[in-house]
Write a new protein. Structure first.
Length: 129
């Protein structure tokens, strides 16, 4: 695949994904594809995120936060990453984000997911799997 087509697919992916989530609504009674949930019978730190982003795509912030309190954070990070990719692609010679910053963001997000998961588990508010 050429670089041009790969770039076009990357730029189109968020719009296609949000369109799919706006049209198709993941439900609680649908199939579970999370390996952690299938093995343990309990939601993982990211469980509920697809349903939460689906509700964000349809403009229902309350339901989105019910399914995953970090849905806005993850959506904002995805939009920021996509925007950086789009802007960087237009500017020849633009420097990539440093590995230190990328690692800090990824580790911070992972820690946040685990902390929220533990709090939700203690409170009994994990989403159904």
């Amino acid at each position: 695949m050429t670089t041009v087509w790969r770039t076009r697919l990357i730029l189109a992916a968020p719009f296609l994904g949000m369109l799919a989530l706006a049209v198709y609504s993941p439900t609680d009674d649908g199939p579970t594809i999370c390996p952690f949930a299938l093995i343990t019978g309990s939601a993982c730190p990211g469980c509920g995120m697809t349903r939460a982003v689906g509700y964000l795509a349809r403009g229902d912030l309350g339901m989105a936060l019910k399914y995953h309190p970090l849905a806005l954070l993850v959506a904002a990070q995805a939009m920021a990453g996509w925007t950086w990719f789009a802007v960087r692609g237009r500017r020849a010679g633009a420097a990539p984000i440093s590995n230190r910053i990328t690692s800090a963001i990824l580790v911070g997000t992972a820690v946040s997911l685990v902390v929220v998961w533990l709090l939700r588990m203690a409170a009994g508010t994990l989403p159904p799997v």
